[in-house]
Design a protein around this ligand. Sequence first.
Ligand SMILES: [Zn+2]
Length: 53
Amino acid sequence: MAVKKPFLKIQCTVCKTTNYFAKKTKAMAEKKLELKKYCSKCRKTTPHKETKK
Ligand SMILES: [Zn+2]
């Protein structure tokens, strides 16, 4: 049985590739998440943001 969990997709703001998944926490819900993450497509560290469906 699949349980629905509030998962966020963390997307590269440069190439729009979804690189990471994160479990949604209360702290994340309060403010827009922005992370500096390595993007394998850009091949560098880029700002990543949560996406919504
Ligand atoms: Zn990228």
